[in-house]
Design a protein around this ligand. Sequence first.
Ligand SMILES: *[C@@H]1O[C@H](CO)[C@@H](O)[C@H](O)[C@H]1NC(C)=O
Ligand SMILES: *[C@@H]1O[C@H](CO)[C@@H](O)[C@H](O)[C@H]1NC(C)=O
Length: 197
Amino acid sequence: MVSRFWILCASSLIFFLAVSSAPTVQGQLFDVRNYGAGVDGRRNNALAFAKAWMEACQWSGGRSTVYVPPGIFDLPQVMFTGPCKNPVTFLIEGTLLAPRSPDAIKGDAWIIFKDVDYLTVTGGGLLDGQGSYSWPHNDCDKNSSCRPLAINMGFMVVKHSKINVLHSLNSKMGHFKFYAVEDFNVTGVTVTAPGDI
Ligand SMILES: *[C@@H]1O[C@H](CO)[C@@H](O)[C@H](O)[C@H]1NC(C)=O
Ligand SMILES: *[C@@H]1O[C@H](CO)[C@@H](O)[C@H](O)[C@H]1NC(C)=O
């Protein structure tokens, strides 16, 4: 079954779908720090994350895990594309910080997974959309042709996959977008958004 739905949070919302156990690293580990990622605010973390993803995705020795350790990682817009050779876990323990400017994100999502099967996004980390810098640009309450602002995380054509324990805070517009996903489970996700935007 193909489902297509958005979780757009315009009101104050804490969204618990389930509580799940702590994540464990599965298979070969691809730590983003080994690809140049860092928390000093001076790295191109999108490039580092994309390199770690590509190696994990193309790893032919079995399961792989892309690991984002604790810490605050500035992360420009990034797309993680498949198909991958084996199941991949994206383990986020740290905080991913979106670009402040809405102009820094083209298209409709900040972090995108596309054409991937058997993906697990987990780790209990935080996606911080830094939405407060974009909300003044949001006139959707009075402008029906308003400019769409970014969703924190989007999944396009992703099958047999899941999000298991992740937090999403202050998106620019929406938190999660699912397009043409099949057999996709969402558990242990919290969405935190202000009530007056
Ligand atoms: C509505 O939003 C569009 C896209 O940002 C903009 O071009 C247009 O001027 C806005 N219309 C009004 C009435 O503000
Ligand atoms: C999603 O949950 C259902 C029901 O527990 C299960 O049958 C299915 O295998 C799960 N799929 C994934 C991808 O986790």
